[in-house]
Design a protein around this ligand. Structure first.
Ligand code: RFL
Ligand code: PHB
Length: 394
């Protein structure tokens, strides 16, 4: 039997960042992950980090490469009715910025730091199960290489994403869930071509939404809205580039550099929240507790903010022998989560084609976008939310 203070389920960004923050605070932890490390690194996901996330990476001692190689962005562009309009995030948010740095790189940096510090991560753990988190001696059981193992701990942190076992282990009557599924997905392509513009372009077009993003000055990430039932096999690289081109303004169309895809996948869009985020000695964090559609670039950032709160609450528990911060963990997270849910839902609703709303819906979106880019108040609200709302203190 292994013993630790905090058993962390899941080695995604939430679990790895929590492990690192706890390590810095002198709190022992073990991570249990279902997949291999290479599999986790193969998932191409988020690309935009809020300042709050950068600050937490710094606190965790893993911000060097994100600072050196990440691209600071001071604005985004909104494209509608064939023309682009810049939102000055920096000017409108009182000097804040976002950093474009891939989730894969954040994960890699965290994995390497953990390895260097000799902290234990159990990869390829099968049949992970959570026990006795309603007592003060919770346990985590898993199967590795054919043998069953057990970890005894003070707390379990459920950082195992939307499909994980942590939320599923909570008695159903103790959970309230809220969900909205959108009638479309994002088809994404990663390619080693220079980005079409030095800032992100979010496009509302009659053919559907498109996003021009990047991972570096030589690697681009593009998305187009597709119907939910669309299959990635039906999209050749050429078909993807043609569709993207049709959703851009004439200048971007001319500048678009295409090339073979390194990765191509379809992600469904969903809004989801499970309340509360704490059950006795089990705390949920990140996608295990909530999902946002990617339009606002909030998923990874919310996961980081959750584990920032959780690490602080555990530090107070062990340092001051007080559970007062842990008692506030769920409420504090959810206040910020719901604001990000609102923003992501709003931005998704504004930018995508909804089959049921027709031409009227398109006209209303265009009117709102026109208002948004010309109203200081509306642009400020967008900027404030996009760069990330502040985190509170316990
Ligand atoms: P993850 O990343 O899903 O990691 C969970 C980990 O838990 C493991 N696991 C288990 N381990 C043990 N036992 C089990 N039973 C387990 N079940 C699962 C999994 O293998 C995995 O390793 O959740 P985490 O750490 O909470 O991180 C959340 C983020 O990954 C997610 O919110 C973002 O990727 C969302 N997202 C974006 N977020 C942003 O902040 N900015 C963006 O620009 C952004 N773009 C995106 C996105 C997500 C996307 N997709 C594909 C959903 C773009 C896309 C296309
Ligand atoms: C990405 O680069 O993958 C990305 C950027 C911004 C978003 C969503 C995804 O809103």
């Amino acid at each position: 039997m292994k013993k630790t203070q905090v058993a962390i389920i899941g080695a995604g960004p939430a679990g790895l960042l929590l492990g690192q923050l706890l390590h810095k605070a002198g709190i022992d932890n073990i991570i249990v992950e279902r997949q291999s490390g290479e599999y986790v690194l193969g998932r191409i996901r988020a690309g935009v980090l809020e300042q709050v996330t950068m600050d937490l990476l710094k606190q965790a001692g893993v911000d060097a490469r994100a600072h050196a190689e990440g691209l600071p962005h001071h604005g985004i562009e909104l494209l509608f009715k064939g023309a682009r309009h810049r939102i000055d995030l920096h000017g409108l948010s009182g000097g804040k910025q976002v950093t474009v740095y891939g989730q894969t790189e954040v994960t890699r940096d965290l994995m390497e730091a953990r390895k260097a510090e000799g902290r234990e991560t159990i990869y390829e753990a099968r049949d992970v199960s959570l026990h006795d988190f309603d007592s003060d001696r919770p346990r985590v059981r898993y199967v590795k290489d054919g043998a069953t193992h057990e970890i005894e701990c003070d707390f379990i942190a459920g950082c195992d994403g939307y499909h994980g076992v942590s939320r599923a282990s909570v008695p159903q009557q103790a959970l309230h869930t809220y969900e909205k599924v959108y009638p479309f997905g994002w088809l994404g392509v990663l390619a080693d071509v220079p980005p079409v513009s030095h800032e992100l372009i979010y496009a509302n077009t009659t053919r559907g939404f498109a996003l021009c993003s990047m991972r570096s000055t030589t690697r681009s990430r593009y998305y187009v809205q597709v119907p939910l039932e669309e299959k990635v096999e039906n999209w050749s690289d050429e078909a993807f580039w043609n569709e993207l081109r049709l959703r851009l303004d004439p200048e971007a169309r001319e500048h678009l550099v295409t090339g073979p895809s390194l990765e191509k996948s379809i992600a469904p869009l969903r809004s989801f929240v499970a309340e509360p985020m704490r059950f006795g000695r089990l705390m949920l964090a990140g996608d295990a507790a909530h999902i946002v559609p990617p339009t606002g670039a909030k998923g990874l950032n919310l996961a980081a903010a959750d584990v920032g709160y959780l690490a602080r609450a555990l530090e107070i528990f062990y340092g001051e022998k007080s559970s007062s911060a842990l008692d506030r963990y769920s409420d504090l997270c959810l206040r910020r989560v719901w604001k990000a849910e609102r923003f992501s839902w709003w931005f998704t609703s504004l930018m995508h084609r909804f089959p049921e709303t027709g031409e009227f819906g398109q006209k209303i979106q265009e009117a709102e976008l026109d208002y948004l880019v010309h109203s200081h108040a509306a642009s400020t609200s967008l900027a404030e939310n996009y760069v990330g709302l502040p985190v509170e203190d316990f």
